[in-house]
Design a protein around this ligand. Sequence first.
Ligand code: MG
Ligand code: ZN
Length: 215
Amino acid sequence: MKVKVLQNILSANDKIAAENRQMLDSQTVLAIDVMSSPGAGKTSLILRTIERLRDAVRIAVIEGDIASSIDADRIGKEGVVVIQINTGGQCHLDANMLHQGLQNLQLADIDLLFVENVGNLICPAELKLGTQKRMMLLSVPEGDDKPRKYPLMFTEVEVIVVNKIDLLPYTDFDFDSFQRAVTGLNPDVKIFRVSCKTGEGIEEWLSWLKSELGK
Ligand code: MG
Ligand code: ZN
């Protein structure tokens, strides 16, 4: 019985996700669901991207947080459109929340929409929002064993950004073993290595993004 209830919730979510996808596609907005555990650097990567692409690409951000508007305030300072969604305790965004966010945006004026999910490696993986792309960040201090502990997240995404690579010399993060674990789960996934702090690897991330945007 419990299983049945969960399936109903998921299929209701998927229905709204499909509507979201149609709204985004019809206005040629590329939307990316950005997931990670708290503190991996989602907001920092979004800020780096805005800094570099703002002249060529019209960017908007939807910020999902349990509480506060700290991240939205950081992004709003850059002069891009940002919508804060406070989930009121819920540890993930769902398709209905994104739907409300989309209704408050001028989609015709947006090329790229980042949807920064609540920091959490579990339920965001289960709940599709309707974005064309799903990505996750993993930061080096979290360790290279996360694909084995949270396999669904690593299976569900098209893109993985490993952030804070400037810290590699101070940890025993084994990149080869990480990559083996990830490609075992998800052979087609794209993996980028970046440091939002030093800027290393950001070029590769940006050129992937630009090619997805057809720029
Ligand atoms: Mg953030
Ligand atoms: Zn949750």
